[in-house]
Write a protein that binds this ligand. Structure first.
Ligand code: COA
Ligand code: AMP
Length: 635
């Protein structure tokens, strides 16, 4: 039997006891009383009684054990033309002082801090400083608009917001302060202190009394020691999209998270202390939390933080340049990024001249990885393993993967391979029964979820239970649909809710519909995710105008596009919308979004027997064909 199956079976035989081993790789100030607390079933808590500090495990212990001179963080920023490195000792010093400044500001155990920052090392320091104090950070991605930031501020009620004067997109600077000012106007929760990193590319004007520049904030601060917290105390809250516009605050605890992420670095990614790991993502997403910041530093690796794009900064060879310059051993990115490179450099010619001899494997996740992209990556990387793996903000680390650290299993393009030890993945039919092998159903994980997965949502077990655990009692519902093959490989096909994945970014079409509906001329609307060669999926909106509205359609469409950008943010990539006479509906009033999507994607579709007015779908066919889609005749 291979090492993967052996480990999986060991976990199956003792799903709680298994985690005592990985837990021994973490330093506890008080050892846990047990692996799992089941008393709150279906809310489970890992490592009850245990006490630790996550920042201690990421920095202090490495420095104490003589690894202070090792490089912890490389900030590679083609958009500013700088590369900056921090050893473990340097990073620790910077974090101690920042934590001291936050403590002086009154931030302590359990307080929340919102971090709304671009990809700069200070953002990592801010996360670690919070962890050091036992405070709870909530990082908000820079591509979100003020209203999104405001809703997160209101939900997690931070004492302090940490930000920067600007982010740098290849085509423009993103000024953060106007967005933050607007968010604080919109929010009902008052924030009395904002700490602002002034970047040389743009100086923000500060609001006296409320805002303080980063350096002034640090001046004279006493370095702070680690605060001991319970394993079950929250480390961070990360908001993610759901069915509606209300973002869900995914909570991560301290103990289970440290154990799982540290273990995943070796078991899933096959990376050891001292090696260089690069996740080309953003700290605003879960991938950035887990594998730019927490995982690599827990493990004692060097992590690369890249402030740039796969193409255009300056060219499609940027990823290979970074791998070569920093001796990256294992890399992780989203399929979209590789598709962007493939578009420009289909033969991989820009690899030439870059020494990739250290690169062992490329991991891809965040969206479905089409086999073409995977095979292309493998080809240009000279047959190195290219590993699709599947996970979500809620789980925080992979549910299915080819665990190269245990054993490289045969790669089946189109599948993120098998359940990672810790996850019992089931495919359930509508009635909650196991679906036969090969048949599509709801992808679920039998409870309890392993350490590191969210134990609940911020502000309420109720929402966690009703949103994820009630549909199939005893199971966590991933909201993805897919199937298992005879070898136990997982295939993830689509979401079963209103979530779409655009360039690896998780977005809610339901939320976009809410924003469109807020337009005074819109009577009703629908948004669907349609296939896109580069971004996987992009949103497309359809609006029915109120009776009597007599304005040029193009004007309304432009307003709708601007509205979604203003309310949700540029990251929504909402650029296509149309005014329609009516939406296709069933006689009971359900909008046939799935049918619209299948028509737009050139997939087979049929005229539903229950459709209220078939001529509406004919209008959609004409509209879609007019905008370049090839719609099949209906079955
Ligand atoms: N702050 C502010 N704005 C941001 C932003 C940020 N951090 N990130 C993206 N945006 C903006 C972009 O400027 C763009 O705005 P525009 O409409 O004015 O052009 C919009 O949000 C969409 O950005 P993006 O998704 O990056 O698309 P793009 O067309 O600019 O670039 C790719 C295409 C493929 C290069 C890019 O999507 C990419 O790098 N994808 C990989 C994604 C990834 O790594 N995801 C992590 C999940 S693991
Ligand atoms: P996020 O929470 O932003 O990480 O997005 C999680 C969602 O992205 C999942 O529920 C899937 O729909 C999708 N996803 C992530 N990784 C994969 C993958 N390897 N294959 C298919 N879908 C994926």
């Amino acid at each position: 039997m291979g090492a993967y199956q052996d480990t999986y079976d060991r976990w199956r035989a003792d799903p709680e006891g298994f985690w005592h081993g990985p837990a021994r790789d973490i330093e506890w100030s008080r050892a846990p009383d047990a692996a799992l607390d089941r008393s709150g079933d279906p809310i489970f808590r890992w490592f009850p009684g245990g006490r630790l500090n996550t920042c201690h495990n990421m920095l202090d212990r490495h420095v104490r054990d003589g690894r202070g001179a090792r490089v912890a963080l490389i900030h590679d920023s083609p958009v500013t033309g700088t590369v900056t490195t921090f050893t473990y000792a340097e990073l620790l010093e910077r974090v101690r002082v920042l934590a001291g400044a936050l403590a002086r500001e009154g931030v302590g155990h359990g307080d929340r801090v919102v971090i709304y920052m671009p990809m700069v090392p200070e953002a990592v320091m801010a996360m670690l400083a919070c962890a050091r104090l036992g405070a709870v950070h909530s990082v908000v991605f820079g591509g979100f608009a003020a209203a999104e930031l405001a809703s997160r501020i209101d939900d997690c009620t931070p004492k302090v917001v940490m930000t920067a004067s600007c982010g740098i997109e290849p085509s423009h600077l993103v000024e953060y302060m106007p967005l933050l000012d607007r968010a604080l106007e919109l929010a009902t929760h008052p924030v009395s202190r904002c700490v602002v990193l002034q970047r040389p590319q743009h100086e923000a004007s500060l609001t006296p009394g409320r805002d303080v520049a980063w350096d002034a904030f640090l001046a004279g601060a006493e370095p702070a020691d680690c605060v001991d917290v319970a394993a079950t105390d929250p480390l961070y809250v990360l908001y993610t999209s759901g069915t509606t516009g209300v973002p869900k605050g995914v909570v991560r605890d301290n103990g289970g998270h440290a154990v799982a992420l540290n273990w995943s670095m070796s078991a899933v990614y096959g990376v050891d202390a001292g090696e260089v790991f690069w996740a080309a993502s953003d700290i605003g997403w879960v991938v950035g939390h887990s594998y730019i910041v927490y995982g690599p530093l827990l493990r004692g690796c060097t992590t690369v933080m890249y402030e740039g794009k796969p193409v255009g900064t300056p060219d499609a060879g940027a990823f290979w340049r970074v791998c070569a310059d920093h001796g990256v051993d294992v890399m992780f990115t989203a399929p979209t990024a590789m598709r962007a490179i493939k578009r420009v450099d289909s033969r991989g010619e820009l690899l030439a001249g870059h020494d990739l001899s250290r690169l062992r494997a490329l991991f891809l996740a965040g969206e479905r990885c089409d086999p073409d992209t995977l095979l292309w990556c493998r080809d240009i990387l000279g047959g190195r393993p290219v590993i699709d793996h599947w996970w979500q903000t809620e789980t925080g680390w992979p549910m299915a993967a080819n665990c190269t650290g245990l054993e490289l299993l045969p790669v089946k393009p189109g599948s993120p391979a098998k359940a990672v030890p810790g996850y019992d993945i089931r495919v359930l039919d509508e009635d909650g029964h196991d679906a036969p092998t090969g048949e599509i159903g709801g992808l679920c994980v039998r409870l309890p979820l392993p350490p590191g997965c969210t134990p609940t949502l911020w502000g309420g077990d109720e929402r966690w239970i009703s949103g994820y655990l009630s549909r199939f009692p005893g199971h966590y519902m991933t909201a993805d649909a897919g199937y298992l093959d005879l070898d136990g490989y997982v295939y993830v096909m689509s979401r079963i809710d209103d979530v779409i994945n655009t360039a690896g970014h998780r977005l809610s079409t339901g939320q976009m519909e809410e924003v469109m509906s807020g337009h005074p001329d819109v009577a009703e609307c629908a948004v669907v995710g349609v296939a896109d060669d580069l971004k996987g999926q992009v949103p497309m909106g359809f609006a029915v105008l109120k009776a009597g509205v007599d304005r040029p359609e193009a004007e309304v469409v432009a307003e709708l596009v601007a509205r979604v950008r203003r309310e949700i943010g540029p990251v929504a990539a909402f650029k296509q919308a149309a005014v329609v006479r009516a939406l296709p509906k069933t006689r009971s009033g359900k909008v046939l979004r799935g049918t619209i999507r299948r028509m737009a994607d050139g997939e087979p579709w049929h005229m539903p027997a229950t459709i209220e007015d078939p001529s509406v779908l004919d209008d959609f066919r004409v509209l879609l064909e007019g905008s370049g889609h090839t719609v099949r005749p209906h079955a």
